[in-house]
Design a protein around this ligand. Sequence first.
Ligand code: FE2
Length: 391
Amino acid sequence: MVQTKPTTATMISKSYDPLKLIDVDHIRFYVGNAKQAAFFYAHCFGFQIDQVSDLTSGNRQEASYLLTQGNIRLLLTTGLSEAHPASQEVARFGDGIKDIAFAVPDAVAAYEQALANGAESDHEPVEMTDELGTVVKATVKTFGRVVHSFVSRTGQYELDKVKHGGVFAPRFNGSPDLAINRYNEEHPCGLFYVDHCVANVELGKMNDWVSWYEDVLNFKLFKHFDDKDISTEYSALMSKVMDSGRELIKIPINEPAEGKKKSQIQEYLEWHANTPGIQHLALMTTDAIDSVAQLRERGVDFLTIPDSYYDIVWDRVGDIKEDTGEVKDLRLLADRDDDGYLLQIFTKPLQDRPTLFFEIICRRGSQSFGKGNFKALFESLEIEQERRGNL
Ligand code: FE2
């Protein structure tokens, strides 16, 4: 029997930091059809369809599919009625990311501290308990339609146990026996964690959200790019990168900048009900060649990079340990900074609207975001914008 009830903060000592983020607990998508979306992400990106919460497990409100790969946990949720918030948001925004949820020692204490730091509540703490343990979740609003949940877990629901096959939460059924899961075990895509997660916000709002992450979640400003860095002849953006610390996650915040034609950030906002949201998730691999070869084999649709890119890239980037012929064949992008280099590649939008996409990133020392590729990348994005009639 699952009990769901409001809860309050446990007693905490003065030296304790309630907003010490332990991990990214999960990233929740609101989608139109979680069952079908689960198979898309499993087939194309190698995620295991690990656990399901739906009518068969006693969940009469929504269907949620937990997809896992490395330390990435995606939760795909569809409302089972018109009144469910996921149904209403999918109607407005299409499929996309709703919640970047953080694992914390005490979700109630984290939530109360975030409110004290200036956050607005999205959902008060809820405790879900059954014979296996307890999951507590409390949620604050951030930019646009996105929220951050704080999640704390006890008993069999502790995150370390979930990472090793434990049940995710009450009303989840474990590991269905699916052919795609066996295929993925034999053909891994090698994605390990979410390196960064990019926010698109409105013109003039980037600095407000930078302050929000500093004030509310104690993030620090990591890098600053301006529109001289990130622009082509036509479209431009500005970006500041917020860092959680402890190598947990970085959140670059983009706003549109003036260009001759429409910024890609503006295009996103216009197809996202003029509401800020998540533009892309960057998924980390330690072997870009193997991962991207596997993803291409599975039919992932990546942005087109022109041959001309490879005529000049090695002058800029210098020697790398990967075979440069394979890098070109796979259409990977390369960039270098003072600390090393990185390889990256970007998918086309993952749904019909030109909103959310994935990046695959492999870091060889570099801690930046591929600044040197912005121009090449944006020119190829503009080819796609032009095809959609949105430039
Ligand atoms: Fe990125």
